[in-house]
Structures are given as C-alpha cells and as structure tokens.
Design a protein around this ligand. Structure first.
Ligand code: ADP
Length: 446
C-alpha cells in the first residue's frame, strides 16, 4: 500500500502542522505521519506563549519593544552561540507568524513577560490558557479544512533516496507493516530528543538520570534519519533543563508564573535568586539548594489572574496555607524565616527595588493569603541542538551543501536558540520555521 504525494511531513507537532498548512496552501498534495496515537507532540505542553516584537498587541498595551532588543535578548540568553541568520529570520518573521495563528483563530493577544526578556513580548491566549493546545487545535482544524491527512501511529523509519535525491520515506503502520511514501520533498518535524535518555547521555553524560518534561515520542528519530543521509548537526550537546518541574512527574510549571509574580524559596525559607534570570541560571541556582529543590510561592490574587496556576492547584500540585505561617508549617519550613522572607519581598515590591537579587519586574506584593507552594526541581526540557538548516529550512550536509528535497523545522533543528532557549521562543521557532519549510518545499517541487 505504497503512497505517492508531493510532500511528506514527519511529525504532527506545531512545526509539522505549520509546514503542512503552507504546503497545502501552495496547492501541493501533503501527508503527515505521526508515530503517536495523538497529534501535537511536545507542542501540547507549551505553556507560555509566543515571542514577537513590534506587534500591534504590544503597541495596544503601550509596550515599547524592538526587534533588535528581541534579537539581543535571545543572543544573550543563548550565550552568543545562536546562528545569527537563523535568529534574524526568527525575529523578522515572528510578528507575521502571530498574525497568521490569530487569523486561524488562536487569539494570542495578551502580552506578558517571560524569563530573559527585557520587555513583555510573549503573546499568550487572551483567556490565560496555555498556548500549546490552542496552537495544536487551530492548526489541526485548518488541516481538516484543507483535507490534509494525518496518519496516526505511523512511524517514519528511514529516508529513501533515488538518483542522489530524497525520494520519500519508509514508514511502519500501527500493525507493524512497512510501506513507502514516495514524495519529492520530505520535511522532518520530529521534535527533540529530551525523552531519549540514551541519546541525552550520549551527548551529555552529566545529565544522566534527570527526569524530563517531554512527551515520550521526543526520541530524536529525525536527527538519526537525517544523519543517515549525510546531514550535519549543530549544537547537539546543548540541552536545556527547565527550572520549575514537578520532582515526581517531571510536569512543567510555566515560566509565566514567575513572570507574573511568583517567587522561589528554598527549604530554609529563603529566596536565593532573581527569579527572572534565564532558565539555565535559575536551574543552576535551584540545584545549589538543599536537596536540589525549591518552592514557587504564589497567592490567591495570582491564582485568580492565571489560568495555568488555577489548573495546577486544581490538579493537586500545590500545598495550601491560609497564612504564610500555615504554609510554612505544612512545608516543614521555619515559620519565622518564611514570614520574614515574604515581608521583605513585599517591601521590595512596594519600594520598586529588590535589594537582594535585583529582580527587575516587581508586580505582585504577595501580601495577602491564602498562599500556595509548588515544589520544583529542574528537568530536561529542550534540546537546542539538532540538524543543521539554512534560513530556507534546507537541511545542510557535512559538506555544507543543502540536501536536495530534504527540509526540517522545529526542535529537530539546531542553531536558532544557541546554548539556551529563552521562554516563548519554542513556539515562535516552530511556527516561523514550520511555515518556511512548507513554503520552500512547495516552491522547489519539480
Ligand atoms: P516541534 O515543537 O518541533 O513541532 P513536537 O514535539 O511538538 O515538535 O512534535 C514532533 C512530533 O513528531 C511528535 O508528535 C512526535 O511524536 C512525532 N515524531 C517523532 N518521531 C517520529 C517518527 N519517527 N515518525 C513519525 N512521527 C514522529
């Protein structure tokens, strides 16, 4: 039961589905293969939002921001390892990508602050719900309208080559039967390898044993398949740990919580970091604390404003206390110390200056209860490295040449985020480069 299409896309996450929408828009026949029984991959778990600078939504909110500041923040967060051309492409195309998603019904109109950003630029759904499911929903709805088939429980195993060019993929269906999808273009959108502990350990022996926030399909298949046909890799050892994950399940608590006002305290009841530093730095600071854990402290006022937080509390991730004293008692933290920490912090917020850690955005006084605490530890979150691409999403081989007919977008690629990805840039990456991959593949079909 072999198939013939113009473009085959591997992976139905945000990148793959964006590519599919664009290729189908260009009038090409498109099919997506997805190895899991559901669509969305890690995109389902994207909690924050999408970075973009110089958007009408920022302007409406009176936020002064520039593309250059966005570029500089990302480069700084990425430790100057980002590929400049890829980053420029991300920054230049992000506003249009927000508009594109909103035209599809996403409503990313609320702009908030996220770690590593000088100005508020993370665009989130207006009702405060997590961005990922919204993105997945609007893209899949569009694909339905376009009659693009998504073949679930279908795993791409290998890229087929004919006469020196990519000619499709070999796949396995849910019964384990192997078949070919013949195509003039293959787009790899398989996501990262955060859930492949062997691969993580291969490139980063020091991360052995870390839990992960990733869905279990994030196993790096696209990287392996691309290498088999000569692809070069970039930054493959750059793996991000996210500072605030549940120690038991690896479940991720959005960075937006800290952006919106949460503080971090250790088992001694003391703050120990500017909570809004980049993920790598905050993670390292948590790992220096007793047992390598910390608590995110929030209050009722924050719960009312933040749908994600309300969800965590409803799902029993949080410990609750009417007063700080109550909370400290339940957490077995010294009551006087925790009370003092909160009082001091409230005073900083009121004075507009954090004397200890120089946290820049002091939005919530955290003066009134009830209070909630979420226990957190860093977990493997994002693999910044991957296959090497150019600004048109061609995969580049070890000789520096584009591999004919082979494209990639999203977490399977490397270069955009350099040595550390800042919050809000994963969604920007998958939409911007997913669209480019779909457009380029469609335009280069013979
Ligand atoms: P991105 O954010 O880059 O779009 P995601 O993790 O959201 O990445 O999506 C990648 C998708 O690719 C996941 O749904 C994953 O299950 C799927 N996938 C990974 N490897 C394969 C494979 N070999 N065949 C088919 N689908 C795959």
């Amino acid at each position: 039961k072999d198939m013939d299409v113009d473009v085959v896309i591997v992976g139905a996450g945000g990148a793959g589905m964006s590519a599919a929408v664009e290729a189908a828009n260009a009038g090409k026949s498109v099919v997506i293969v997805e190895k899991m029984p559901i669509i969305g991959g890690n995109t389902n778990y994207a909690t924050g939002g999408m970075n973009a600078a110089e958007t009408p939504y920022q302007e409406a909110a009176g936020i002064k921001d520039t593309k250059q500041t966005f570029y500089d923040d990302t480069m700084k967060g990425g430790k100057d390892k980002n590929n400049p051309e890829l980053l420029r492409t991300l920054v230049d195309n992000a506003p249009d990508a927000v508009e594109w998603l909103n035209d599809l019904g996403a409503d990313l109109k609320r702009v908030t602050l996220s770690g590593g950003a000088t100005n508020p630029r993370i665009h989130t759904p207006e009702d405060g719900s997590p961005v990922g499911p919204v993105v997945v929903q609007v893209l899949s709805k569009k694909l339905e309208e376009q009659n693009v088939e998504i073949m679930l429980e279908t795993t791409a195993e290998k890229i087929i080559e004919k006469d020196g060019a990519v000619a499709g993929i070999q796949a396995t269906d849910k019964s384990g039967n192997s078949f070919n999808i013949n195509a003039k273009a293959v787009i790899l959108a398989t996501g990262g390898f955060g859930a492949n502990s062997q691969m993580v350990e291969k490139y980063r022996p020091d991360l052995k044993g870390f839990s992960t926030t990733n869905h279990k399909g994030a196993t790096g298949d696209g990287i392996v398949m691309a290498q088999e046909v000569g692809a070069d890799l970039t930054d493959i050892e750059e793996i991000q740990i996210h500072p605030t994950t549940d120690p038991e399940t690896g479940y991720l608590f959005t960075e937006g919580l800290r952006g919106d006002g949460a503080i971090l305290v250790n088992l001694d009841g003391k703050r120990f970091t500017d909570e809004l530093l980049t993920r790598d730095v905050v993670s390292a600071n948590i790992l220096k604390q007793k047992n390598g854990i910390a608590y995110l402290i929030v209050n009722e006022a924050m719960r009312e404003e933040n749908a994600s937080l309300a969800g965590y509390i409803e799902d029993d991730y949080a410990v609750q206390g009417e007063t700080i004293k109550d909370l400290a008692k339940t957490l077995k933290i010294d009551e006087a110390t925790l009370e003092n920490t909160l009082k001091t912090y409230t005073a900083y917020v009121k004075a507009g200056k954090d004397e200890e850690f120089e946290r820049a955005h002091l939005t919530q006084t955290l003066e009134e209860g009830p209070y909630y605490a979420l226990e957190v530890t860093p977990g493997i979150h994002h693999t910044m490295g991957g296959v090497k691409i150019d600004t048109k999403a061609h995969i580049i081989n070890t000789e520096g040449q584009a591999i004919k007919g082979l494209y990639a977008a999203g977490e399977v690629t490397g270069g955009v985020h350099g040595g550390n990805r800042i919050g809000g840039n994963a969604v920007a990456d998958i939409i911007v480069f997913g669209r480019i991959a779909g457009q380029t593949a469609a335009s280069e079909l013979q």
